[in-house]
Design a protein around this ligand. Structure first.
Ligand code: TRP
Ligand code: SF4
Length: 332
């Protein structure tokens, strides 16, 4: 089976500025996919509402920040359709229709839902919208008849549920939708400046929008093997985020060996080790920063790009909805 001509769809909730973990974990993957397939990438602002309904003030800015990050890494509006979920109202209509056929029990046993209900203490997530999160997500996917959905392992149960809802729809109303396949993005191993997984909530992130001096400072002050209190103490690169994330991502075999030898024999210092990889990180961020500056010079541009994407997405979504209404006998 060939994959040519297949359609890829993915989205992210607008959570604010993106960091290097997102870049290495998700965006680089999207960059590859956009060269091979017809891609739809959207900002899931309605999904943000499922948890942020009481505090919607930041969402708009986060949507723009996220689109800016996507564009600055090279997600190309000439190649991919980049849009905002809430601009394509058809998602809401399909979500409503799917909600009619989705058994409550499927939603209640969704592991993400159960876990979040237990873990999130500062918000009331016992809402209809939050329970229906995967129904809306299913609408997002199948309204474009997407064949493949690149997501991380945390989102895999949602896509699995989407497949079940899709099968049920097709069984009831005829084979309209392909069953979307999960394209599993390898688990994000990129570590932050404190050695934990890079995450906004840990305050350990290097953002794509950080200025060079900020990046340098963050790397300079980054945690290393705690056993290396002094330069004369030998260390273990395998437990050091400088090595595990930055050197492994960027350094040659030769440099990796230099670090391993130098670290374990206390032959090199941590600052020396960090500074040997810093230029690579700066180099990687340079074109991203340049594109961001270009885009920021013209603030209307982002909105224009999103609006053009919305329009392209809406053509596809509207045509699917026509078919859906026909199949369900809901066309008047
Ligand atoms: N739930 C996804 C997230 O939190 C965002 C999302 C919404 C999505 N709809 C989607 C992802 C459809 C893939 C396909 O990141
Ligand atoms: Fe980490 Fe490098 Fe220091 Fe070793 S020398 S602990 S790998 S920063």
């Amino acid at each position: 089976m060939t994959d040519i001509g297949k359609r890829v769809l993915s989205g992210m909730r607008p959570s604010g500025k993106l960091h290097l973990g997102h870049y290495h974990g998700v965006l680089k993957n999207w960059l590859e996919l956009q060269e091979k397939y017809e891609c739809f990438f959207f900002v899931a602002d309605w999904h943000a509402l499922t948890s942020e309904y009481a505090n919607t003030g930041g969402i708009r800015e986060s949507v723009i920040d996220m689109a800016l990050d996507w564009l600055s890494v090279g997600i190309d509006p000439e190649k991919s359709t980049i849009f905002v979920q809430s601009s394509v109202k058809e998602h809401a209509e399909l979500s409503l229709l799917l909600s009619m056929i989705t058994p409550l029990s499927w939603l209640e046993r969704n592991p993400t839902h159960k876990e979040q209900l237990k873990e999130v203490r500062d918000k009331d997530l016992g809402t209809y919208g939050f329970l229906g999160y995967p129904v809306l997500q299913t609408a997002d996917i199948i309204i474009y008849k997407a064949d493949m959905v690149p997501v991380g392992v945390d989102q895999a149960p949602h896509v699995e549920l989407s497949r079940e809802i899709t099968r049920r729809f097709n069984f009831l109303y005829g084979e309209i939708f392909p069953e979307p396949q999960t394209l599993l993005t390898p688990a994000q191993k990129f570590l932050g400046t404190d050695g934990r997984k890079m995450s906004k909530s840990y305050n350990n992130s290097i953002y794509l929008s950080d200025a060079p001096d900020v990046v340098e400072k963050k790397i300079r002050t980054m945690k290393t093997d705690p056993a290396r209190m002094r330069k004369t103490d030998p260390g273990n690169p395998e437990i050091c985020p400088v090595y595990m994330s930055f050197h492994k991502m960027h350094s040659s075999e030769e440099t990796l060996n230099w670090v391993k030898d130098g670290c374990t024999t206390a032959g090199i210092g941590c600052i020396e080790c960090k500074m040997s990889v810093l230029p690579k990180v700066q180099e990687e961020l340079l074109p991203i920063r340049k594109r961001r500056e270009e885009l920021s010079r013209n603030p209307a541009l982002i909105c224009d790009i999103l609006r053009a994407g919305d329009k392209r997405a809406r053509v596809v979504a509207a045509s699917t909805m026509k078919e859906v209404r026909g199949a369900m006998g809901m066309e008047f």
